[in-house]
Design a protein around this ligand. Structure first.
Ligand code: GDP
Ligand code: GDP
Length: 434
């Protein structure tokens, strides 16, 4: 799975600046998931050859109380889930008591730490790092997040021991990879349980079996699937545990590994901001997405229309994702859901012929021309496919850097319609011929 890098350090040392640098690549995206996460921020990134997930922990402070204590708890969870911790320090301030406190915590957790001395522009590395050997966490690495100095070296160090094989697409090909995601208690485990069957689950639950054995193969109607378990599906005695176990890091790792993501919401709840952000991340990551509105069995028929329309209003950016109303508990609608998973997968993986791609481009331009830029019209000449899952359509032309977002969306929709690309995001990339 995608390696996870956590940024840790006291406030103001440059964590968010570094976060932005590490996630700036094309794949980068930022999720602020209010409520569940406080100020933790998640992003996909790729500076060198290996993709990764970055978590900005928002900061560890000594003597935390109340909300801060809660934040500290979330931060500790992020650190626990991380493969590498980047401990960020401020070269100008030197080693402070707060830094000592953070170092103590990190030593106690026994994590793999890289000591990063930030704001070191114009300073010799050795000089910048001198004060930080005393932390006892290894050789300090000097960088400047604001100026982009030392970032390549930092990432090499942070991902030491990882290979591309740890990242996206590294999973063995065993059919359609499906991730079931959503907030705690929406019914993820119940759905997974229904898909893979009780026996499997119990086997899964034996003490001694790897807790992180997250890839579960199963077959349904002659189709092979691999389920990526984010819910830590095991028998749970108490409801609180669902919340304890919920992990955005694991969710985002699973999304990265999946072909198709099933986003589950509880029909009784109003769609929360978390859902919107979480599913928005899936779309931005380019994964095919379906929405399962679960516990439909508990909704009286005179309420159902109201819920259907309410959903449309709240998730407008998900216009490409099919919505299914299901009961994971009784199995209602699960068959159709899985049939649609197959369809959506096929759409995400479809091969699009170059002549067709160019023809659709020409027809779309005829209907609606690209705008003029300082008196010169943007010219789009031809298109070819640049990737699958999601379908990437590469369009060549002139002045392509000026194509407005609205026109890009217009083209994406034209392609979606023509090729019936339901359930998958469609990415348009422009290349300049000039
Ligand atoms: P955070 O609280 O740890 O997330 O820190 P921020 O990323 O918000 O940065 C705190 C301040 O340090 C901001 O004013 C940044 O512009 C500044 N800063 C961050 N990185 C650098 C750097 O490499 N050099 C300098 N000179 N300033 C930086
Ligand atoms: P998770 O935290 O998302 O994995 O949620 P669970 O699968 O543990 O489900 C949370 C609760 O909702 C449990 O008490 C389930 O029995 C219940 N539940 C799940 N699916 C359904 C459903 O389709 N209908 C009803 N009525 N209850 C459900």
């Amino acid at each position: 799975m995608l390696p996870v890098i956590a940024l840790v350090g006291r406030p103001n040392v440059g964590k968010s600046t570094l976060f932005n640098v590490l996630t700036r690549s094309r794949d980068a995206l930022v999720a602020d998931l209010p409520g569940l996460t406080r100020d933790r921020i998640y992003g996909y990134g790729k500076v060198g050859p290996i993709p990764y997930l970055v978590v900005d922990t928002g900061g560890l402070v000594a003597e935390a109380e109340g909300i801060e204590q809660l934040m500290a708890k979330q931060t500790l969870k992020a650190i626990e889930e991380a493969d590498r911790v980047l401990f960020i320090l401020d070269s100008r301030e030197g080693c402070t008591p707060s830094d000592q406190f953070v170092a103590q915590t990190l030593r106690r957790l026994g994590k793999d730490v890289v000591v990063v001395v930030n704001k070191a522009e114009g300073v010799e590395s050795a000089t910048a790092g001198a004060d930080f050997h005393q932390l006892g966490l290894g050789e300090p690495l000097a960088i400047s997040a604001a100026h982009g100095n030392g970032i390549k070296g930092l990432i090499d160090r942070a991902l030491e021991g990882f290979t591309v094989a740890h990242g996206a697409g590294a999973v063995e090909d065993t059919g359609i990879r499906v991730a079931v995601i959503g907030r705690p208690n929406v019914g993820k485990s119940t759905l997974i349980n229904r898909l893979i069957g009780e026996d499997r689950l119990i086997a899964f639950d034996q003490p001694g079996t790897t807790r992180d054995a997250v890839f579960v193969p199963f077959e349904r109607d002659g189709q092979q699937y691999t389920l990526i378990d984010t819910a830590g599906v095991r028998r749970r005695s108490r409801v609180e545990e669902a919340i304890e176990k919920f992990s955005i890091v694991k969710t985002l790792q699973a999304v990265d590994d999946a072909h198709v993501v099933i986003g589950v919401i509880d029909a009784h709840d109003t769609v929360a901001e978390q859902d919107a952000s979480l599913f928005g991340l899936v779309a931005e990551r380019g994964r095919a997405l379906m929405i399962a509105v679960n516990k439909w069995d508990g909704i009286p028929s005179d309420k159902r229309n109201e819920i259907r329309t309410g959903l449309d209003l709240r998730l407008p950016f998900l216009d490409f994702a099919p919505v299914h109303f299901i009961s994971a508990l009784h199995g209602t609608g699960v068959g159709e859901l899985m049939r649609d998973v197959k369809k959506v997968y096929a759409a995400a993986m479809r091969d699009l012929a170059t002549p067709d791609l160019t023809r659709v481009l020409e027809a779309a331009m005829q209907q609606h021309q690209p705008p003029l830029i300082r008196g010169r019209r943007i010219k789009l000449r031809y298109a070819h496919q640049g990737g699958r899952n999601p379908p990437i359509i590469v369009i060549h032309g002139n002045q392509v850097e000026h194509v407005p977002d609205a026109y890009r969306r217009y083209l994406a929709n034209a392609y979606r319609k023509h090729f019936h690309l339901e359930g998958t995001p469609v990415r348009i990339e422009f290349r300049s011929d000039a």
